[in-house]
Write a protein that binds this ligand. Sequence first.
Ligand code: ADP
Ligand code: ZN
Length: 637
Amino acid sequence: MKNKKTLYIILFSILLIILLAFAIWMFIAGAAEKLTYEQFESLMRQNSINQNSLEEKIINGVHVISGTYQKDGTIHKFTVGINNQQYDYLLNDPIFRDFVRNIVTNQELQSPIWAIIQSTLPILIMILFYIWIFSSMAKGGMGGGILGGKSQRPRQIKSDVKFSDVAGINEEKTELVELVDYLKNPNKYAMMGARVPKGVLMEGPPGTGKTLLAKAVAGEANVAFFTMAGSEFEEMFVGLGASRVRDLFGDAKKAAPCIIFIDEIDAVGRKRNTAMGSATNEQTLNQLLVEMDGFGSNSGVIVMAATNRVDVLDPALLRPGRFDRTIQISLPDIREREAILKLHARNKSVSPEIDWKRVAERTPGFSGAQLENVLNESAILVVRNKRKMITLNDIDEAIDRVVGGPAKKSRAMTVQDKKVVSYHEAGHALIGLKLDSASKVQKVTIIPRGNAGGYTIMTPKDESNFSSKEDLYSSIAGYLGGRASEEIIFGKNKITTGAHDDLDKATNIARRMVTQFGMSSLGLTKYLTMQEESYGQTKGVYSDEVAFKIDNEINTILENCYKTAHGIISKNLPLLELIAESLRVLETITAEQIEYINKYNKLPEEVIKEKERMEKEEKKKNAGEILEFEPDDDEKK
Ligand code: ADP
Ligand code: ZN
């Protein structure tokens, strides 16, 4: 791609040089005085024109005569344009006849084709050049041209998504039903003088169905759906983004009633005059504002936009008459997850034993897109293993894949690694088990995935929207449980980097408790807005002294929670050992197995069996090694 670009630049430069040479040549050659017909005629009458210097070209039906004349003793170059009528007149005039005939003879010496080429070449080159520039701009893609533009026209698609294809988010759907009705009969609303929102902003994490919902509105209303992502407006050339916005709204108005969907609107709609916005961006945003103000509220165009960051949007976007309605879409709760899973399982062959409620329980924090992905991955597993139906096992495996990439079964884990990870994860699990308000442990594994050595999946015990101070303390203790367990088992100097991610999460909660939730000795002051925090701003909002206090306070919370975790694990060492051992044997243990261990204080049946099998194999292997070793020894002797 890069080579292609260089080639374009070289071509471009050559063209420029040719053009320049042409211009200079034209300038030198054409440094002639332009005469009017009358001046020419009078010069002929005065007999000052040099008969032999005359040359004639016909350009676009005009006889262009060039030559020299004498005046005051000096020779002047001249050109004159004579139309056919004047030419005929000259030809028939007894005084000028011979004069003109002479020129005619001259003209025959020059090839008319050459004359045409000569006169039109510069224009031709210019036209070709422009065609080339514009086509390369429109083509898009990296190699598309020197301007590196992306696809320029907005995409118009026909949506056949219906509300029934969107599971959960019921209240939000109800809100949108009215819009559908409006798109179906805009006149009804216009006649009543009812004002329908022009812009609807959907805020929510990625994959929660914002695009899907916008498509469903278009599909239900059976209207055109224009879509463009905010990032497509970001251009290296100032003005291109703005012109795309113009195109988008221009096309949409022609196709009304319709929906315009702008994904990731934060890419263009960032607050102006911030460090993160650029001049280009500002122009694009201004154009967007102008366009939104430009169409009447009953023009049949509704703009839907999606973002996961309302806080970074320019407030101007949110004023009445623009995006005056905001719909919050959050990650699906357990019931919504169940509905989404069922919806996407519709067209797959699934074993009847699967209880979707249980699967939903195991997928806290998953977005709709991730749930869809889980089912897709399960289907792929079924195909790969040449089976007929998706089973609970497939779904389990798929969940793990979606959480952290395919299991790295091949990655060899040393015995020591396995030991460390088993105690680390057992620590998390134990806190979950023993701290009342902590989350419920769903599954613990020491199989490495992605960057994590192992992980523990926990779910909130109830699906309340609020977390109490106690809940937050428990969560932090849970995150710190891994490190505490490592320290207790291996000693202060043997702790590992495995807790890195846990510390990150724990610190985040603690920071928010202090700066946002007013849950520390610093009182109720809210120190950081979400936006300031997301800009990575940590200072300037408050004094260094307060910053120091905040850091201290966070540290105190973390220390206290660590003590809690440490205490719980120290008091339950036998339980920790049992969980860790089960993990080393089975690698993955379920909530049921952990509960069994907790209740009966012994290893579950399946662990014991597996352990015995492993020990037998180990013995066999050792025996084999000795046998293999002996002949080797003999040879050496
Ligand atoms: P967003 O625009 O919020 O990032 P999308 O609308 O692109 O998310 O969702 C991606 C995919 O996830 C959808 O095509 C759909 O398959 C699935 N999905 C997400 N949310 C839902 C939902 N509530 N119901 C059904 N499917 C969903
Ligand atoms: Zn951990």
